[in-house]
Ligand binder design. Structure first.
Ligand SMILES: C[S@@+](CC[C@H](N)C(=O)[O-])C[C@H]1O[C@@H](n2cnc3c(N)ncnc32)[C@H](O)[C@@H]1O
Length: 282
């Protein structure tokens, strides 16, 4: 009996230490205590929707918005954040807004959307829309789209749907950034059933294909829970015709290979955007 009590006490102590460390790391990373706890709660409630155990760190947020260029002079630009969660990356985006720029936040989870609604209720340049990105039909396309979507937690058909939609929402010169956790896809793959493994591989292939077509760079961010890699894409970016097909590779942690390939042979991407009419400037 004494031994059981001792084991229980050690277990509780270890759990408390782990929880303290987790919150400390998130708070040092830039999120508030309350946001961290709510975010973790949402993950426990719906891991496939939220897809992350902690909000992104400040450094990951800054890397995600690194290619976002604010409007200058009287020209306003339109920015979109998909899956802003509790707003860790949103803060970095808001800090970049020029006086005439606008930022749309599209968040599916109603609890996280409520945090954002409260946070930005007095910010005239920020508008929250609580719905799935696949249902979002704005009047005009965007100059930059920052995605926090947990692709690796979704079904491959939905991932493909999201990408098709987001590409249509982005101006031809527009930039798209998103992140993936380092090493996790490879680890996750080991624990999947045969059927899920096949679908997971489809997701990796689709992400690799998007990067092959539109990729312009990557950046690793180690100070994040867990460490991550940011991918930058540009719709008008050239297709690397001679780039090897990455679809056979597992995981998105092959950043150095991807970045190297992005310098390969070139051929322009053309094509109109059927989502908006010609006058929209897409
Ligand atoms: C990994 S969290 C990222 C949160 C935040 N961007 C960050 O980096 O801390 C993913 C977010 O995407 C949201 N999400 C998932 N699927 C979505 C969808 N179809 N449309 C809009 N948001 C979605 C989740 O609710 C969650 O807030």
């Amino acid at each position: 009996m004494r031994i059981i009590k001792k084991i229980l006490a050690i277990g509780c102590l270890a759990a408390a230490l782990f929880a303290g460390l987790y919150v400390a790391v998130c708070v040092v990373g830039g999120s508030s205590f309350v946001e961290t706890v709510i975010f973790l709660g949402r993950f426990i409630d719906d891991p496939n929707l939220v897809g992350a155990v902690a909000p992104s760190s400040r450094l990951l947020g800054e890397a995600l918005v690194a290619k976002v260029v604010p409007g200058i002079g009287g020209v306003g630009k339109r920015f979109l954040e998909v899956g802003p969660g509790s707003g860790a990356v949103t803060e970095c985006l808001v800090a970049k807004l020029g006086p005439n720029d606008s930022l749309d936040l599209v968040e599916l989870d109603p609890h996280l959307a409520q945090i954002l609604r409260e946070k930005y209720k007095n910010h005239p340049q920020v508008t929250l829309h609580q719905l799935s990105i696949t249902d979002w039909r704005p009047g005009e396309p965007y100059d930059a789209v920052v995605m926090g979507i947990p692709f690796n937690a979704l079904a491959s058909s939905f991932v493909e749907q999201i990408w098709a939609h987001v590409l249509l929402l982005t101006k031809s010169e527009g930039v798209i950034s998103y992140f993936s956790y380092l090493w996790l896809p490879r680890i996750k793959k080991l624990f999947l059933s045969k059927h899920k493994r096949r679908d997971f591989k489809k997701i990796q292939n689709h992400l690799a294909e998007q990067y092959r077509l539109y990729g312009v760079g990557t950046q690793r961010v180690l100070p994040n829970v867990p460490p991550a890699i940011v991918f930058y894409l540009q719709r008008s970016q050239q297709i690397r015709a001679s780039a090897p097909n990455l679809s056979v590779e597992w995981g998105m942690s092959e950043d150095t290979k991807l970045a190297a390939r992005h310098c390969n042979g070139e051929q322009s991407v053309t094509g109109s955007n059927p989502f908006f009419n010609a006058s929209s400037g897409a």
